[in-house]
Design a protein around this ligand. Structure first.
Ligand code: AMP
Length: 232
């Protein structure tokens, strides 16, 4: 059982995935986080993708899909060992038609299914305000907003004391590039999943808790319920 969260950068996918994954017993699979970890570790993959990442470009489908394949294998292995994850909660994947097709193949090959695709809808001007003000802790990943949710001491993480910075890809040029890419490449996927009867649309321009509740309600309508209440 896998669920996809779709929405432009700044729509709150990451925040909602963190809140919902434990509740649904799904593993939060963020390709952006996987790429950031690769860059931070200085691995061959990290070095290969850093320039494209910093400019807000998409990483090649083959590279992205192979990371997701590893995650699905790891979830299946964890389940086989008695672990609690029922599947993946995708955040930031798939982002292109090619990735969507590959994901279909990956899950079909494992005899699994995509249970629902949630669109988190947010107006463009809200996205730009959220992204341009976003700051992130380089140590623990907690996100802040310069205006709406600043750290108590500027530049210092409240949670771990780490350094709070602006991500390279949250600078104005990269923001414009990433939003262009979303509307050109990712938005058509919404129509694709609507055609498959999997799409649910949720208003993402409301308080975080209300968005979480709306997503949980949409998933419950599709028999994806909190862990322990699952019917699928
Ligand atoms: P995110 O944190 O989801 O906004 O992703 C940050 C960056 O990671 C993107 O701007 C891309 O460079 C890369 N990335 C994340 N997910 C994908 C994906 N599914 N396909 C290609 N590139 C991705």
């Amino acid at each position: 059982m896998h669920v996809i969260l779709m929405g432009a950068q700044g729509s709150g996918k990451g925040t909602q995935a963190e809140r919902l994954a434990p509740r649904l017993a799904l593993r939060h699979v963020s390709t952006g986080n996987l790429f950031r970890a690769a860059i931070a570790s200085g691995s061959d993959l990290g070095l290969a993708i850093k320039a494209a990442y910093d400019h807000g470009e998409l990483i090649a489908d083959a590279t992205t899909v192979s990371l997701v394949d590893l995650e699905l294998a790891s979830i299946a292995a964890e389940r086989a060992g008695g672990g609690s994850s029922r599947g993946a909660l995708f955040d930031g994947f798939p982002r292109t038609p090619g990735q969507a097709e590959s994901l279909n193949d990956l899950v079909a090959r494992r005899g699994e299914a995509i249970s629902a695709v949630i669109e988190i809808a947010v107006p463009l001007e809200t996205l730009v305000t959220r992204l341009a003000g976003r700051r992130v802790c380089t140590t623990c990943g907690r996100t802040y907003h310069v205006e709406f949710d600043p750290p108590t001491v500027a530049g210092v993480c409240d949670r771990c004391g780490g350094e709070v910075i602006q991500r390279e890809d949250d600078r104005p040029d990269a923001i414009a590039r990433r939003l262009d890419l979303f509307f050109a490449q990712t938005e058509p996927l919404l129509a694709y999943y609507r055609g498959l009867g999997l799409l649910e649309r949720v208003d993402g321009d409301q308080p975080v808790e209300r968005v979480t509740d709306a997503i949980a309600a949409a998933l419950a309508r599709r028999d994806v319920s909190a862990a322990g209440e699952a019917r699928s």
